[in-house]
Design a protein around this ligand. Structure first.
Ligand SMILES: NC(=O)c1ccc[n+]([C@@H]2O[C@H](COP(=O)([O-])OP(=O)(O)OC[C@H]3O[C@@H](n4cnc5c(N)ncnc54)[C@H](OP(=O)(O)O)[C@@H]3O)[C@@H](O)[C@H]2O)c1
Length: 320
């Protein structure tokens, strides 16, 4: 394996996408340093590699010294750090904008290459603070490490995802599922394994320098269609209730107080725009297909982990 003695430091490596990126890189022979706020909580990553191939160090992107220390000696740095809602000092700007700059600067100082993960919808003019901070993070990366590849996924699915699991869990206990803005917002769900493969290809130098890739799956579906897919998969009938954006904002103002909010006012802003690969990215081949990856459909994977939300708890693979 060509990467046998190369060291990659992965910020955010303990998260959902992180574990798949760690697996993809250890399979390619990288030594993996996972930089996380709580190394004691990263034990689930150890079985993914050989003894000694993966180790965790402490780092918080809000503390530049910790990031510099973690990046020292790396050949490659990958930034997977992100948050879905703000809590305490975990603000979008601090973590996804300034934090992205901190990681990029540390990579540059370490003489390492950088791979940065952003999100489709990153836009300095977006009404969403999440999307604004993702755009500012990309700008910081372009300033510090102009040649770094940037990946913008649409919504990511896989066994530990926060989307299909969350709505299936909601459908188990609630007689209705909400359709914010009528559920017309379009998504292009992308399999976590495909995103990890794209990142691994970038690690192997197979991406074009200074390029922003947009990662989507093979199908574009509205939020309503995705909820219908969830209900069909878990074999439950539920009311799908359209909620105007203005009403959803009011509800989200209350829901955001939950420890892990179902919806925040900022997410309602995000839902006002489609979350799909742009025509420009398609045209330029800045996509999974452009990287030679055949994207995986939701029907091929999601039933294998949503089966536990069925009434019977029985797993029956879909035949169509
Ligand atoms: N999942 C999706 O559908 C999706 C879609 C588009 C883009 N993305 C982007 O993909 C990346 C990975 O997403 P994910 O789904 O894997 O998210 P995730 O499971 O929430 O993981 C996020 C990671 O960021 C770390 N983190 C948060 N705040 C930090 C801080 N201050 N310092 C250091 N680490 C911190 C978390 O560690 P702790 O355990 O310490 O919190 C965790 O390891 C993110 O940039 C996200 O915005 C994800």
């Amino acid at each position: 394996m060509t990467n046998q003695n190369s060291l990659v430091t992965i910020f955010g490596g303990s998260g959902f996408l992180g574990r798949h990126v760690v697996r993809a890189l250890v399979q390619r022979g990288w030594r993996v340093r996972v930089a996380v706020r709580r190394p004691d909580l990263a034990g689930h990553l150890q079985p993914l590699g050989r003894v000694g191939q993966i180790h965790a160090v402490q780092a918080n992107v809000r503390y530049p010294e910790s990031v510099e220390e973690a990046a020292t000696g790396s050949n490659l740095v990958i930034n997977l750090v992100g948050i879905l809602f703000q809590r305490g000092r975990q603000r979008f700007d601090a973590v996804q904008a300034d934090g992205a700059g901190v990681v990029a600067r540390a990579a540059a100082r370490a003489g390492a290459r950088l791979i940065h993960v952003s999100a489709i919808g990153a836009d300095p003019a977006s009404p969403s603070l999440y999307a604004q901070s993702k755009a500012r993070g990309e700008e910081a990366v372009r300033t510090e490490m102009p040649t770094a590849p940037i990946f913008r996924p649409s919504i990511v699915f896989g066994p530990e995802d926060d989307f299909f699991n969350r709505f299936a869990a909601l459908a188990r206990v609630s007689p209705a599922l909400p359709l914010v803005g009528g559920g017309l917002t379009r998504f292009q769900p992308v399999f976590v394994g495909d995103v990890a493969t794209a990142i691994a290809k970038a690690a192997d130098g197979e991406t074009t320098p200074s390029t922003t890739y947009e990662l989507g799956g093979p199908e574009v579906k509205s939020f309503k269609e995705l909820m219908e897919f969830v209900l069909a998969t878990i074999e439950r009938r539920r009311l799908l209730v359209p909620i105007p954006f203005a009403v959803a904002e009011l509800q989200a103002a209350v829901l955001q107080l939950m420890p892990k909010p179902l919806l925040t006012p900022d997410q309602v802003q995000l839902l006002r725009h489609d979350n799909v690969v742009s025509a420009a990215a398609e045209r330029d081949g800045r996509t999974l297909q452009g990287l030679g990856i055949d994207p995986t459909a939701i029907a091929a994977v999601v039933p294998s982990y949503l089966w536990r939300f069925r009434k019977t708890g029985q797993f029956r693979p879909r035949t169509s």
